[in-house]
Write a protein that binds this ligand. Sequence first.
Ligand SMILES: C[S@@+](CC[C@H](N)C(=O)[O-])C[C@H]1O[C@@H](n2cnc3c(N)ncnc32)[C@H](O)[C@@H]1O
Length: 263
Amino acid sequence: MAAVIEPGWPCPYTHPLPVASCDEGGQRGGGSRGDDGQVTDDIAAVPASGASSAADVYLGDPAVRAEWDRRYADRERLWSGQPNGALVAEVAGLTPGRVLDVGCGEGADAVWLARGGWNVTALEVSGVALERAAGHARDAGVTVHWVHAGLAAAALPPASFDLVSAQYPALLRTPDAAAERALLVAVAPGGVLLLVHHAGMDTQQGHDSSFDPADYVLPFMVAARLDDDWAVEVDEQRPRIAPDGGAGAHHTDDLVLRARRLR
Ligand SMILES: C[S@@+](CC[C@H](N)C(=O)[O-])C[C@H]1O[C@@H](n2cnc3c(N)ncnc32)[C@H](O)[C@@H]1O
């Protein structure tokens, strides 16, 4: 089986649409189905220089893509290759359905979710990371829908995911709170938003001196936007179940926000 990479969101829609219906009939679950969609896993390769290519129809801020491509290109592998511990813990009680992995990086969570029967859409600004992620999915024999876009620019079908998972997402703050709103609007009624961040990032300078935590969306900003349509199931700081190795392994505590959309 091969991975499916979609540059930006290819599915035009005028109403809430089950995401899988863009190419696979819209059924729940089935992350390990065959590759009956667009098999284009060679188009995610975005040059680390940020130079454009004919195949690159990335949707989002080119500077953000270039910055993350540079970070990924600096190392053969940036993250541990293991699924995030908070994701594993929080997903344990959920029935597999349609999941959106926001800022999927090198794809460890996406592959793990697909192996668990989830119908996975994984979104990422870095083409370098996406190319690696697609390779891991191929090696694992699972299908993932890869979307090369920034979250706010992707124009995902609203209310279409049973789980929106954002694990340590590096979403830039904007005055219009576009990223926060995009996270919430993607969740289907009855679905769950799971947002996990490193604790203490709002008060400490990041490990990387080029990284200013004040620039980024933190869980409390998303929590502040939850209204009566949502039930907060988890909103806490707790010790991180850290994977072995990879950048960021020094972070010891997580902020975990888990909220269910009621209607
Ligand atoms: C700290 S990494 C976490 C990667 C992955 N979730 C993990 O836990 O291994 C943050 C990721 O967010 C991606 N990213 C940055 N801005 C983004 C945006 N606007 N939309 C989607 N992904 C973004 C980066 O390229 C990077 O892969």
